[in-house]
Structure formats: structure tokens, C-alpha cells
Design a protein around this ligand. Structure first.
Ligand code: HEM
Length: 402
């Protein structure tokens, strides 16, 4: 078995789209990821994706961004603004978890701080489960802990959510409630289609846990990195300060640029089901592992210019080049939440009123519009429990030095 490294956008696109190359990134994280959407292949994947695509449509994203998210964002950020500061890593995960819970279908009937803290504790364990390959401690002990937490999560959150939705579906079938009254979330879609695409309880549990972490962890890590990159940019470009604290489009571009340079996962990986030859001539044998080096692919000078290595929120791009590079993947596993997370590209036809900004840019905007600046007394720290480049702590204050 050989490892084939892919470093150009053309090869990467071909690998993402090739039907004989199957997901290889989550083999060590099977406790959470065994049979979740991102790990399925062929017909199994197509069937589940087709179902879930029904929810992940632009009209749903507009509804989330316009009607449901603003309140959640405000509720999450208000206590910190009142306190005058926040620790971004924790804040970002709390916020993105609140949003991801809504899309996944994880209810919090009590609505208390303790209930949210327990869900947050489950989420952090699921993240460790999915990224076990990069865990620096005792992997077996961690796997056991993740399994126990999955079962506890089921008892506390999933079970009541299923009962509630099944009752609603029955009432809907009897004509007692309208379609619009059904929750718009992954759990409902899966329960509603059990006859066509049946899933056992363990699979359902893993899928919902996966949606919670896929939505929350990627977006939360991106949030901290965007804020950091803007702070660094302003040190060198103080002339952009006004824009950073008021221009929503500038902040969305900064988000896209960050996701390009620092993709949530620096690599994608695939196993070859059979011998494959790429158009460029790269030969892959059955059983080989193909690694897409996204950090290199996304710094391609032909696409992004000579300063492709640098963070530049004012970057002008040639037609057809996506500002986030290939950070949302492509082909059958392309991120289902891309538009939800990062919005659409603001072009000459866009207006701020009608634009889909995406939840990461909206969160970045909320923080900057409230004067978020680095905490002068508490510098950021890296997370040393994983070999991935995550911030462990990132303190900010809501007081703008002018
Ligand atoms: C900054 C935010 C995000 C980034 C960078 C990101 C990145 C990615 C990437 C690279 C993939 C493809 C992986 C592969 O081909 O191996 C992916 C798939 C996926 N993402 Fe995202 N994601 C983000 C946000 C979200 C959100 C908010 C959700 C859910 C609401 C989500 C749900 C998913 C799902 C379900 C898949 C699997 C799709 C499939 O296998 O068919 N992601 N994401």
C-alpha cells in the first residue's frame, strides 16, 4: 500500500469526484463516524445524501439566517458583552453548537444553562471521538468514554427528540398540523423516511451526533481563526480598521480567506477501491491511500496570485475561482452545509439586505460590530491535547481602542 500525495487543484478535484475512491479520513474515529453520511460510499451514500439534501437547501438557509439564528446569536453573545470579554474557543463552540443543535434536531426542552453545558460536554467528547487519529493521550480509554457519552446523549437528548417528532409526524398524517409546523431538522427528515431508508438506533444516534459536531466544530474553529487573522491584518493595515468594525462584506471575505488558508481539516483522504490513473498521469493502485494536501492545493499561485500564501481579505479573484479554495471538498461528499456556514460570494448583483452571509461571517460580524479586540492582558494559547493546529484559548475584550 502506498500513500499518494495530491497537491494541485486539478488532481484534487478529480480525486474528490472519482467514484472508486472512498472516504479514508475517519477510520480511527469509527466510534462516532462508522456509518455517518461522510463515511458512506456508493448507493448507501447516495440514498442518505438525497434525503438530507432536502433540508440543506438555500431557502432553508435563508430562513435559518434571517429568522432563527439572529436570536440564538444574540442570546449567546449578550452575557459576554455585558461581562466585557469572552474566551473565543469556548464561546465559538457554544454558539455554533446552539446553531448546529437546531439543524441536527437536538432539542433542549429545559432551556437551562446546565442542560446546555451537558450538551456541550457531549459535543466536546464527540469531537475527540471523531478526531481520535490525532489524539495525544490514551486512545482506547478515550474511545470507551466516547461510546458511554453517546449512550448518555441518547437517553437525555435523542430519545425525547424522537418521541416528540414521531408524535408530530402522526399528527401531521392525520391532518392535525401543517407541514410548516414540523421542525426543519435532520432528525425529522430521517424519522420521516424510515420506511425508505431505514436506520437502526445506533446509526441514527451517530448521525445526529455527527451533525452536531460537523456543524459546530468546523465553524467554531473557523471563527477563532478569522478573528485572529483580522487582528493580525489590522496590525499591518491600520487603515482598514474602520472596515473591519463596520463592513459586513469585508468580514465575509476575511472568513472565506481564512477557510482557504486554514481548512477545518488540512487534508482529505481516500482509499482506492481499484487501480486509478488521473488525467495528470498520477497512478494509484488498488488499496493505496490518497491524501489531498488542502493547504498546498489552496495556495495555488495560478488561482490565487503570487501572494497566495498570505491572508488578504481584499483579494481579487479570477472568474470561476472559489474564494475558499477546496476547503469544502467537491463531488459526492462536498460539504452539505457550505452555504449555511460561509454563505454565497458577494458579487456585483448582491445587496446586503438580500445576501446570504453564512453563519461564520454572521458570528464574526456580531463580534466586530460589538468592538471585539485582543485582550491585552491574556495572549492566546494553542491546544496541546491534539496534533492539529487549534487554539486552546483566545481571550478577547469588547472594548475598542480608538
Ligand atoms: C467552516 C465550516 C465548514 C467546513 C470548512 C466544512 C468542510 C467540509 C468538508 C471539507 C467536507 C468534505 C469532506 C470530504 O470530502 O472528505 C464536508 C462534508 C460535510 N459537511 Fe461540512 N464543513 C463546514 C461546515 C459544515 C456545517 C455547518 C455542516 C452542517 C450543518 C456541515 C456538514 C457536513 C456534512 C454532513 C458533510 C458530509 C457530506 C457527505 O459526505 O455527503 N459542514 N465539510
Amino acid at each position: 500500500m502506498a500513500e499518494i500525495l495530491i497537491t494541485t487543484p486539478a488532481d484534487a478535484r478529480e480525486v474528490y469526484r472519482h467514484k472508486q475512491l472512498r472516504q479514508a479520513l475517519y477510520d480511527a474515529g469509527e466510534v462516532v463516524m462508522e456509518d455517518v453520511l461522510i463515511n458512506l460510499h456508493g448507493d448507501d451514500h447516495r440514498q442518505r445524501r438525497r434525503l438530507e439534501n432536502r433540508l440543506f437547501r438555500r431557502d432553508t438557509f435563508y430562513e435559518y439566517e434571517r429568522e432563527m439564528f439572529p436570536e440564538i446569536i444574540q442570546e449567546t453573545v449578550d452575557p459576554y458583552i455585558e461581562k466585557g470579554g469572552a474566551e473565543l474557543v469556548d464561546f465559538g463552540h457554544q454558539l455554533m453548537m446552539n446553531l448546529a443543535a437546531l439543524t441536527a434536531g437536538v432539542d433542549r426542552p429545559l432551556g437551562t444553562y446546565e442542560e446546555t453545558s451537558r450538551l456541550y460536554d457531549y459535543l466536546t467528547t464527540f469531537i475527540e471521538g471523531a478526531t481520535l487519529a490525532f489524539h495525544t493521550g490514551d486512545v482506547e480509554a478515550k474511545r470507551q468514554e466516547v461510546q458511554e457519552k453517546l449512550e448518555a446523549f441518547d437517553r437525555e437528548f435523542l430519545e425525547p427528540g424522537i418521541i416528540l417528532r414521531e408524535e408530530m409526524l402522526k399528527r401531521f398524517e392525520k391532518g392535525e398540523i401543517e407541514e410548516e409546523e414540523l421542525p426543519r431538522d435532520v432528525l425529522l427528515v430521517l424519522l420521516r423516511n424510515q420506511d425508505k431508508v431505514p436506520m437502526n438506533r445506533e446509526s441514527l444516534r451517530r448521525e445526529i451526533a455527527f451533525y452536531l459536531l460537523a456543524g459546530a466544530h468546523t465553524s467554531a474553529t473557523a471563527l477563532t481563526r478569522v478573528i485572529h487573522n483580522i487582528f493580525k491584518w489590522l496590525e499591518k493595515h491600520p487603515e482598514d480598521e474602520e472596515r473591519a468594525y463596520s463592513d459586513k462584506v469585508f468580514l465575509q471575505k476575511a472568513t472565506h480567506e481564512t477557510i482557504r488558508l486554514q481548512p477545518s481539516s488540512p487534508t482529505s483522504a481516500r482509499w482506492a477501491n481499484e487501480d486509478v490513473e488521473l488525467t495528470s498521469g498520477i497512478k494509484i493502485s488498488k488499496g493505496d491511500k490518497v491524501i489531498i494536501d488542502l493547504e498546498t492545493v489552496n495556495r495555488d499561485k495560478a488561482s490565487f496570485g503570487d501572494d497566495a500564501e498570505d491572508f488578504n481579505p481584499k483579494r481579487e479573484l479570477p472568474q470561476g475561482v472559489q474564494p475558499w479554495g477546496l476547503s469544502f471538498g467537491q463531488g459526492m461528499h462536498a460539504c452539505i452545509g457550505q452555504d449555511l456556514a460561509a454563505g454565497l460570494v458577494f458579487d456585483t448583483d448582491s445587496t446586503e439586505e438580500d445576501h446570504l452571509f453564512g453563519l461564520v461571517p454572521v458570528a464574526v460580524q456580531t463580534l466586530f460590530l460589538n468592538g471585539c479586540s485582543p485582550d491585552p492582558d491574556n495572549p492566546p494559547e494553542m491546544d496541546d491535547s491534539t496534533t492539529r493546529p487549534y487554539f486552546g484559548k483566545y481571550p478577547v475584550v469588547f472594548k475598542r481602542e480608538t
